[in-house]
Design a protein around this ligand. Structure first.
Ligand code: AKG
Length: 276
């Protein structure tokens, strides 16, 4: 018996490489989460944009609570099993009428986490629609081996290198709109991307990027994880404590180190660095 997904949802994840929508937070809960995130943006400008979009859960209790929420972990357990480590997070915010987009890509191409028994949760903090740039998935693309990517470093591309799988038929894409508080789960090899925000509202997504089974190794560098559920027998990774006080000196220092290690992984073999 799955814990949070239905059997149909588990089957559609296996078949398509993603599943959505999954109800997680109530309207009241997500309104509170959004207010806390926006208060943090106002209080610590730049802490959550640019490279500061990464690993906010190490420094902000509101994001830590999402990463460790038992409803989120139940859904994750339904696809990767019960020994779960949280290996990172990214806030993907698209401001109203902004050009930022995400090119077609596969997460596993640059993440260095092997084997691919891991999953990304993506929680909608705002309403997320086709107009404001929801994710688009190519169903079934996770079945094939990893594809070649071209590093474009495109000006408005929100990915580190602007990496892109070329030749995708957009007619095959399925949009993944979400209501605030809902989550999607996607497979490390699924080809996905998203368009710009053409609406008057902010599009705020929190990518739980990613949850790994405790047996998964990092082959491109070192990374911090947090124990989330079950046991971590192999202990392959650096252990990060959970944050106690927002933006404490200790938490900020840890996040700087985690983000440096993440950049070393994401830019491994690249000729240049991007904005993130
Ligand atoms: O936020 C987006 O539009 C895309 C995020 C993404 O590529 C991911 O979470 O893997």
């Amino acid at each position: 018996m799955p814990k949070r997904l239905t059997v149909d949802q588990q089957e559609s994840y296996a078949r398509d490489g993603f599943v959505a929508p999954i109800d997680i937070f109530s309207a009241d809960e997500v309104a509170e989460i959004r207010a806390e995130i926006e208060a943090a943006e106002a209080r610590w400008p730049n802490a959550l944009d640019g490279a500061g979009r990464n690993n906010g859960h190490l420094a902000l209790p509101v994001l830590d609570r999402i990463v460790h929420d038992s409803r989120v972990l139940d859904a994750v357990e339904d696809v990767i099993g019960g020994d779960i480590l949280a290996a990172g997070s990214t806030l993907f915010i698209k401001e109203p009428h902004s050009g930022g987009f995400i090119s077609w890509h596969q997460d596993a191409r640059y993440a260095g986490m092997e084997p691919h028994n891991w999953v990304t949760g993506w929680v909608a903090i705002s309403n997320v629609t086709e107009e404001n740039g929801c994710m688009q998935m190519i169903p079934g693309s996770h079945i094939d081996p990893l594809r070649d990517h071209v590093d474009t470093f495109g000006e408005n591309n929100l990915l580190t290198r602007g990496q892109e799988v070329q030749g995708i038929d957009e007619g095959d894409a399925v949009a993944v709109p979400l209501k605030p508080g809902q989550m999607s789960l996607h497979h490390p090899r699924i080809v996905h991307g998203s368009g710009p925000n053409q609406s008057n509202e902010r599009r705020i997504g929190f990518a739980l990027q990613s949850y790994i089974a405790s047996t998964v190794e990092q082959v491109l560098g070192d990374m911090y994880v947090q124990h989330a559920r079950g046991t971590d027998g192999p202990q392959h990774h650096l252990q990060a404590p959970r944050v106690r006080e927002a933006m404490s000196d200790e938490a900020v220092a840890l996040r700087i180190d985690a983000n440096k290690k993440l950049a070393d992984i994401l830019y491994a073999g690249s000729e240049r660095m991007g904005k993130y």
